[in-house]
Design a protein around this ligand. Structure first.
Ligand SMILES: Cc1cc2nc3c(=O)[nH]c(=O)nc-3n(C[C@H](O)[C@H](O)[C@H](O)COP(=O)(O)OP(=O)(O)OC[C@H]3O[C@@H](n4cnc5c(N)ncnc54)[C@H](O)[C@@H]3O)c2cc1C
Ligand SMILES: NC(=O)c1ccc[n+]([C@@H]2O[C@H](COP(=O)([O-])OP(=O)(O)OC[C@H]3O[C@@H](n4cnc5c(N)ncnc54)[C@H](O)[C@@H]3O)[C@@H](O)[C@H]2O)c1
Length: 491
């Protein structure tokens, strides 16, 4: 092994979480090596959130145009995928080239290394024949990759994952979607609205099973109205591909065929690749368990999907802020220890940036490094209607033995829902802890379900008393005014 090169921090995996940690620490003056084997930015900008939301924006425009009938005249809608594919290629992904992102990181003072990083002992990372020894430690932001279920025949077929679905330039005539979770539903609706014959095959007894059952029902109905066929409770047994079409055979004799097959059955971390045994961490776990400062072990942090705390960009960014604060705090203390006169606190570089950050309160001086708290974890599935949710579902709350109250109201019964008419499917569902008198979970489904959610996130996060929520003013006639009605119905 080559002689290790001394640096302050090594970040392995520059997805949204790792890129943020590496860039901010480098900007603060630490010597940071950022290691990425694929594209800097990770899944979100190239194959995830951003291109999929561009697709959704376009598909929703088609749906809105089709709603003109009966509200405002007539419109002839002729979908065309070309502008969507062009926008993804040119605006979102630079044709899947990360030069701009690499330059941005280097411009912030980071040192970029392309390759696969692997731990080789505490604070030590090997990338090919280069070895780095990190003074403060290593941050893993290595994300997840799609899981492919062990269905007989599937492995040898040209199935799609989210990568091929996002990169597509010519739409297929038909698409079989294996998995009715967030990715499956968002993409199914997009493709259906562009005229693809879409069939969703889900193993569980409802789609979007992680959210409230009422949300699953509304979303399934909305997708069916767009022409999507949905089959739940299906156990896929075999997949075949004859060169032209896929056939999926299920228990009980059901068969589904389509030109393309999209496999979106969840994602998993690949801990076995990370050399975790060299630091005494079990690589046989599903995710990397972290404490509330994102520490896996001494001088080892993890951020983002690899932690299993919620596979969302906003979780990766939230965790990144904690890691940044923790490392800058350590850097400040290390430097102060080396310079008891305290003059180090006014020198430039890492020390200066760390102390100025802690002075502004966004980083930690001792005891002020923020701790992770996922009680008010928000998530939004960007189907139309959108499913926004925060905190616990009713079932999760009851399973914890909480004295639960539930309030439910349909959006269509609110003034705004009634005005909106076509496309007003949705509801507000509140889950309260009756003993504490606060909301512990909420779901807002509707045309702006993700936006309506924000007030509910504040309510759960800040444990706003129900009495206060009942006596605040909700603007008329907004969608979020339905929250007031749901509060009235809590029982
Ligand atoms: C289709 C789709 C739509 C999504 N939509 C949303 C959305 O609307 N909102 C939302 O919040 N989230 C969404 N997500 C989830 C979001 O993309 C992820 O939560 C986010 O990308 C996680 O960031 P990360 O940094 O943890 O990991 P990733 O983005 O997965 O990045 C990890 C990086 O690490 C690199 N890497 C892995 N191992 C190594 C190694 N050993 N050495 C060097 N590099 C390595 C990988 O190449 C990758 O670039 C979506 C995901 C998908 C797939
Ligand atoms: N809007 C967003 O924030 C957004 C959008 C897309 C993805 N994401 C994130 O990405 C993650 C991964 O998304 P995903 O949709 O791949 O995973 P998911 O876990 O959300 O859904 C996977 C679905 O596939 C089903 N499934 C598993 N094995 C199956 C089989 N053999 N046959 C049929 N169905 C099967 C599961 O029951 C589940 O419903 C999500 O959990 C989410 O955190 C977020």
């Amino acid at each position: 092994m080559a002689e290790p090169e001394q640096v302050d921090v090594v970040v392995v995996g520059l997805g949204v979480g790792g890129e943020e940690v590496a860039g901010r620490l480098a900007e603060a003056g630490l010597s940071v090596v950022g290691v990425e084997r694929d594209l800097v930015g990770g899944e979100c900008p190239y194959w995830g959130c951003i291109p999929s939301k561009m697709m959704i924006r376009a598909a929703n425009a088609l749906a809105e145009a089709r709603r003109v009938d009966g509200l405002a005249g007539t419109v002839e809608v002729r979908p065309d995928w070309a502008p969507v594919a062009r926008r993804i290629r040119e605006e979102a992904t630079d044709n899947w080239d990360d030069r701009v992102a690499v330059d941005r990181f280097v411009g912030r003072g980071g040192r970029f290394v392309r390759g696969s990083g692997r731990l080789a002992g505490p604070g030590r990372v090997q990338v090919g024949d280069q070895v780095f020894q990190a003074r403060y430690g290593v941050v893993l932001g290595t994300g997840t990759r799609p899981t492919v279920p062990p269905i007989d025949g599937l492995a040898g077929t040209p199935y799609w994952t989210n990568h091929q679905a996002v990169e597509v330039t010519e739409l297929p005539e038909s698409l079989l979607v294996l998995g009715g979770g967030a990715i499956g539903l968002e993409l199914s609706q997009v493709f259906a609205r562009f005229g693809v014959r879409v069939t969703v095959v889900e193993a569980l007894d409802r789609v979007l099973a992680v959210e409230e059952p009422e949300a699953s029902e509304v979303v399934a109905a909305a997708l069916r109205a767009d022409g999507v066929e949905i089959h739940t409770g299906v156990r896929a047994e075999r997949v075949g591909h004859d060169g032209q079409r896929f056939t999926l055979s299920a228990t009980g004799g059901a068969e589904f065929t389509a030109e393309r097959l999209l496999v979106v059955t969840g994602r998993r971390a690949h801990l076995e690749e990370l050399g975790l045994d060299s630091v005494g961490v079990d690589a046989g776990q599903r995710y990397l368990p972290v404490d509330d400062r994102m520490q896996v072990a001494d001088e080892l942090w993890a951020v983002g999907d690899v932690t299993g705390e919620g596979a969302f960009t906003h979780i990766a960014m939230y965790q990144a802020a904690i890691v940044i604060a923790d490392i800058l705090d350590r850097a400040r203390h290390a430097r102060a220890g080396a310079d008891p006169s305290g003059t180090a606190s006014v020198v430039g570089g890492a020390m200066g940036a760390a102390s100025s950050l802690s002075a502004s309160g966004s980083s930690g001086s001792a005891g002020t490094v923020p701790r992770a708290d996922y009680r008010a974890l928000p998530r939004v599935t960007f189907t139309d209607p959108e499913v926004g949710a925060v905190g616990l579902t009713e079932e999760q709350a009851r399973a914890r033995g909480i004295n639960v109250q539930v309030g439910f109201t349909k959006l269509g019964s609110s003034t705004r829902g009634w005005i909106h008419r076509v496309g007003d499917d949705g509801f507000i569902k509140l889950v309260a802890d009756a003993d504490q008198g606060v909301l512990i979970g909420a779901t807002s489904v509707g045309p702006a379900g993700g936006e309506v959610l924000s007030g509910l996130v504040v309510a759960v996060h800040a444990a706003v008393p129900l009495s206060l929520l009942r006596h605040m003013i909700y603007a008329y006639p907004t969608f979020h005014r339905a929250i007031e009605d749901a509060l009235r119905k809590l029982s």
